[in-house]
Design a protein around this ligand. Sequence first.
Ligand SMILES: *Cc1c(COP(=O)(O)O)cnc(C)c1O
Length: 388
Amino acid sequence: MSHRPGRHFLQIPGPTNVPDQVLRAIDNPTIDHRGPEFGALGLRVLGNLRRIFKTEGDVVIYPASGTGAWEAALVNTLSAGDRVLMCRTGWFATLWQEMAQRLGLMPQFVETDWRRGADVDALAAALAADKAHAIRAVCVVHNETSTGCTSRIAAVRAAMDALGHPALLMVDTISSLASIDYRHDEWGVDVTVAGSQKGLMLPPGLSFNAISAKAREAGKSAKLPRSYWDWGPMLAANATGYFPFTPSTNLLFGLDAALAMLLDEGLENVFARHDRHAEATRRAVSAWGLETQCAEPREYSSSLTAVRVPEGHSADALRTVILEKYNMSLGNGLGPLKDRVFRIGHLGDFSDLSLLGTLGGVEMGLRAAGIPHRRGGVQAAVDRLAGN
Ligand SMILES: *Cc1c(COP(=O)(O)O)cnc(C)c1O
């Protein structure tokens, strides 16, 4: 491909644009992961990560994509044949359920129409019907990246508490951590799963579990085979900042820089920035006369917006035009939403001007691809961002 001036706009909902400070931190000589310098780095990133998860408990880091941390959450706490309750909020919830099945668990799925977050009433009804407490875990995707819907985790916790159900609560925050308000301890989550390449502004390659004392306790009798993912040796080595095997040293340099940036901006400000960009994006979508995939306003995602294309038009053709003409990548529709939606990622290292560039590319693309729409989406976003 010939040279394209300007930066590529990587507006998929992960991996996200990596800030220069993080790239420069990664671009340092690899150090001895058993040497004296490393322990201080390990202790610092593990300490700062707790502040991001809002937990006083343990956090572990795997050199793996988010999928690895899904597996770690399940194999460290459950046994073959255990029932787990899940909610099919979209494609990522489906993949987690398929993994649970392959590991020998017995997932029970609560369905949704893929246009809202987890159905708290249906989850509560399934738990209420489980008088024998055979369900060992409830697994929810906090921010369903395939649909742009955010589930109400505090409400799931409240429903479990109201029933006195002892199942573990596991939450996938891969596309919400450090973008959307999340509170591991306060919401009584037992295992939180996260990844590096979305709100944390890093390249892909790291993933995380935040772990409650109850989850550690469940691990003592859990019988699923585990070796590489075993929390035990990891936590033992982490106590002094080290790892039981070779960590992704240079990604940890990047993580150290990214955590410093997030804590310097202040998490509450980071969340407010994402909320504001998401709202400006929805104003643009509505001005275009298009519809968001999320149909439940209290569950609109602040990290991405999935937009439906009108019947008879192709979201993938639109994305191709935008990539070729404007050098911007948008997220594709996943599973049954293939070609029906495109997804605008507005998370991570992102500003008002990056949003306006992104929406400008979408609006020009809609015109170039011949998708029926009204003009003025970018203007609506400017009005929101600048105040009318
Ligand atoms: C991206 C994503 C995943 C998959 O993570 P990988 O890093 O690709 O393994 C899982 N769940 C959600 C909600 C995601 O956004």
